[in-house]
Write a protein that binds this ligand. Structure first.
Ligand code: S3P
Length: 175
């Protein structure tokens, strides 16, 4: 991590609560908050589902990697990433070099219960039958967890203890 360049990246599977946790953490730290998916939507003037359907996932991943790098100059900022951000190209190495990474860890069953209530806007799961969601999560998480688990801090994402996360972040950043 670059000294003095304070960035916290929030990482985790779809539905793990990254934006909510990121916003709360930023407010406790008195920092800015940026949602990477929202940045991608602003940059392309399209919604995430539109980008996937009109331009494809590879295009989405290239914009995601580019904007992640553009945000490198931020200071005192919490950035919530997309569920796939750490798992493409060298994004995980990049985030570990430029900031503190925090993984919100949930089990497949916990993610299933959250995502089955709100999967409409998520291109990777919107066409899945409800009965196939859990096995999709299990398979995808099995592939992705080796990236997520390289985070500096790993916390339980269900009933997240935001005060605990705040203390962990403060002590790692020495602020
Ligand atoms: C994705 C997760 C989404 C979004 C895109 C791809 C993924 O973000 O970046 O739909 O690959 O897991 P959330 O994790 O915020 O849903």
């Amino acid at each position: 991590m670059i000294a003095g360049n304070h960035i916290v990246y929030i990482i985790g599977f779809m539905g793990s609560g990254k934006s909510t946790a990121g916003r709360k953490l930023a407010s406790l730290l008195g920092w800015s908050f940026i949602d990477l998916d929202k940045r991608i939507e602003e940059h392309t003037s399209k919604t995430i589902p539109e980008i996937f359907s009109q331009k494809g996932e590879d295009y989405f991943r290239s914009i995601e990697a580019q904007l992640l790098r553009d945000l490198m100059t931020c200071t005192n900022t919490v950035i919530s990433t997309g569920g796939g951000t750490p798992c493409h190209g060298d994004n995980m190495d990049f985030m570990n070099e430029h900031g503190l990474t925090v993984y919100l860890k949930l089990t497949p069953a916990e993610l299933n219960s959250r995502l089955s209530q709100s999967n409409g806007e998520r291109p990777l799961i919107k066409d899945l039958e409800k009965g196939n969601l859990l096995s999709f999560i299990e398979e995808k998480l099995a592939v992705r967890k080796k990236y997520y688990e390289r985070s500096d801090i790993i916390v339980e994402g269900i009933n997240l203890n935001i005060s605990l996360l705040f203390s962990l972040v403060k002590s790692r950043l020495d602020i």
